[in-house]
Design a protein around this ligand. Structure first.
Ligand code: M6R
Length: 613
């Protein structure tokens, strides 16, 4: 979604915040803008389209001067993708400029109120309303400085926001605030970098603190003050950002998605490090150790997530029932939060999220927790909102994921959910010997992923054969039904090919009507309990002219007789197979997008982190 970068210090602000803005491009956006203040005068430049358009405009206007400034990438919600709707927005009275992530839900009422007071609006956005409101309330002669005006304005708004505000009347001050959308203040030597994402901060400092909801921070070059919107003092929790520049740079790869697919062996190793104890036949998860009793006694587990995270959660559902023998169900967080769910005593809710900022997942977690569930997080971004709002949790430790299409986070989520299942299983129903055998299988995964990645060139060749087709099916059963959903999602989100994923048995209940001559159908057909049934489904597709690409188990030569193309994955016990079978699907989606000429890391309309409903 939208991105925020702000700077106050002694260096020229423009190059620094533009560089930060580029690091946020991956989040998805459709326009960009910048404001810098010099000698008490704010200059704003903004353009629809990419940051490159903004840079071209700045090349015409000349660089903006000033050592205080802010920049924004906008993902349109209120109002179309136009220069006027891009941020920053200004008021018409007090020299205020605002950038904003989130949605001001009562903007319409506030706009009418402000129009009645004579304010004239230039955009269709909710953010301009906020800028006007702050300007309306700003009154230094009556003791209402910028900080107080922002606090007062935010007391009037409903909705979600992360904002950064400058004011010509206070040229050495920047005020930032948050509710429901992430914002971090990076602390340097005599300078501060504010951003919606740590990746725009780490080049300058690794000391930082995230804002909590309703926090307002007034920043000057000599220090900062954190308060609430009601002006109560707050002591922020300063932490070390665990991210280095190399992790967020492309290195030898052409795209972040490609880099992250190839990072998966390392990502899974990092995820397992220190957690698998084969000799003792147990899994140690520091984040859950204080809640082991609750997990042993759990009656039910509810997993919530969206998109890829939901697919991982669905595998977690199978795994928890299979291994830990606890009833489990995975649900769209967006549905769960509004459907008046029944949360029985001793329910555990697990929010699965790469970013830890997905609005629906966060709200679903709150709903479950408010109804008495133990709230756990399976999150990648350290210190993110979901990570902070849970009772306990387990981090993925797969490193920053920049590609909009989630890849290594998926394997990390499945890996962590497997660890949680074993953690619970070992205390409920599983012997140390059985657990040790699972651990042995888990330890083999990184090397097996490496073997799949070695087939990259062949996977591209197979993709080339089908890439012109506009409709694909992805089919799987059992543990690999969610993998089929994930394969379809990957293909559609970056290559814009229509793809449907479903349980292979469901095909006969309608979707089989879609199959026509040469339609690609990707079957996850690794050896497992339902292998023969999958073969029957393959036959049904081919009988209608469909072309089958099978993801099969190494050594299964016989399957070649039944399909057009085979991509092999090493043998592994069935519950762990999604961490292998998904890899060829990720690579196929990647190659399809590249061959079709799409911008893999900035797919149209998509945002990395969906912080609005
Ligand atoms: O950050 P989260 O894991 O909560 O994000 C959930 C989904 O928005 C995300 O997985 C999305 O579906 C990706 N674009 C999938 O590649």
């Amino acid at each position: 979604m939208c991105g925020i970068v702000g700077y106050i210090g002694s260096k020229p602000a423009q190059p620094l915040i533009l560089e930060g803005l580029k690091r946020l491009e991956y989040r998805g956006y459709d326009s960009a803008g910048i404001a810098c203040m010099d000698n008490g005068k704010i200059t704003v430049v903004k353009k629809a389209g990419r940051v490159a358009n903004l840079e071209a405009e700045l090349a015409k206007t000349g660089p903006l001067k000033g050592t205080i400034g802010m920049a924004h990438t906008r993902w349109a919600t209120h109002g179309g993708v136009t220069d006027a709707n891009a941020h920053p927005h200004r008021d018409d009275k007090a020299g205020i400029a605002v950038i904003h992530n989130g949605i001001i839900e009562n903007y319409s009422v506030l706009k009418t109120y402000l129009q009645d007071k004579g304010h004239v609006f230039k955009s269709d956005t909710d953010t301009e309303v906020l800028a006007m409101l702050i300007g309306e309330l700003y009154s230094p002669s009556e003791g209402v400085d910028l900080e107080a005006a922002v606090q007062a304005a935010l007391r009037e708004v409903t909705g979600a926001y992360a904002i950064c505000v400058m004011c010509e009347g206070e040229p050495d001050t920047m005020v930032v605030a948050r509710k429901g959308a992430p914002l971090i203040v990076g602390i340097g030597a005599g300078e501060y970098v504010v951003a919606s994402d740590a990746s725009a901060i780490v080049a300058h400092t690794t000391q930082a603190f995230p804002l909590d909801d309703y926090n307002v921070v007034k920043i000057t070059r000599s220090g900062f003050r954190t308060s609430t919107t009601t002006n109560a003092n707050v002591t922020p929790k300063v932490m070390q950002l665990e991210m280095d520049l190399e992790q967020i740079e492309l290195g030898r790869f052409e795209h972040f998605m490609q880099k992250e697919i190839h990072e998966q062996p390392k990502a899974v190793r990092d995820c397992f490090r220190g957690r698998l104890h084969k000799e003792d036949g147990k899994v140690i998860l520091g984040g859950l150790s204080n809640f082991a009793k609750e997990l042993v006694r759990a009656r039910r587990v509810v997993l919530v997530g969206q998109g890829t995270a939901l697919h991982a959660a669905m595998i977690g559902e199978y795994m928890l029932e299979d291994l830990a023998k606890v009833p489990a169900c995975a649900e769209y967080a967006s549905e769960f939060r509004y459907r008046n769910p029944i949360i029985e005593d001793r329910t555990v809710a697990i929010a699965v999220s790469q970013s830890g900022e997905t609005a629906d997942t966060l709200a679903a977690l709150h709903e479950a927790r408010d109804r008495g569930a133990l709230a756990l997080g399976v999150v990648n971004v350290v210190g993110s909102t979901i990570a902070r709002d849970t009772d306990a949790g387990v981090y993925l430790r797969v490193g920053p994921e920049i590609g909009v299409a989630s890849t290594k986070a998926f394997t990390g989520q499945v890996a962590v959910l497997t660890l949680i299942s074993l953690f619970m299983a070992r205390r409920r129903v599983m012997s140390a010997d059985q657990c040790a055998r699972w651990i042995e299988q888990l330890e083999s995964i990184p090397e097996k992923i490496e073997r799949i990645l070695e087939q990259d060139a062949r996977i591209r060749k197979v993709t080339e054969r089908y890439v012109e087709r506009d409709n694909w099916l992805f089919l799987g059963r059992g543990y690999n039904y969610p993998t089929a959903l994930e394969g379809a999602l990957k293909l559609k989100e970056i290559s814009y090919i229509h793809a449907e994923g479903m349980p292979a048995a469901e095909m006969k209940h309608g979707p089989i009507a879609l199959i026509n001559d040469g339609m690609p159908a990707v079957f996850i057909a690794n050896r497992g309990r339902q292998y023969d049934k999958v073969l029957s489904n393959i036959a049904e597709v081919r009988a209608r002219g469909g072309h089958v690409i099978a993801v099969a188990t190494e050594g299964d030569d016989d399957i070649r007789r039944h399909v057009e193309d085979v991509l092999y994955v090493p043998e592994i016990i069935e519950p762990l197979s999604p961490m292998l079978t998904v890899i060829p699907l990720q690579l196929m989606a990647y190659h399809a997008a590249v061959i079709r000429g799409h911008d893999v890391d900035k797919p149209r309309n998509l945002a990395k982190s969906v912080t609005v409903e």
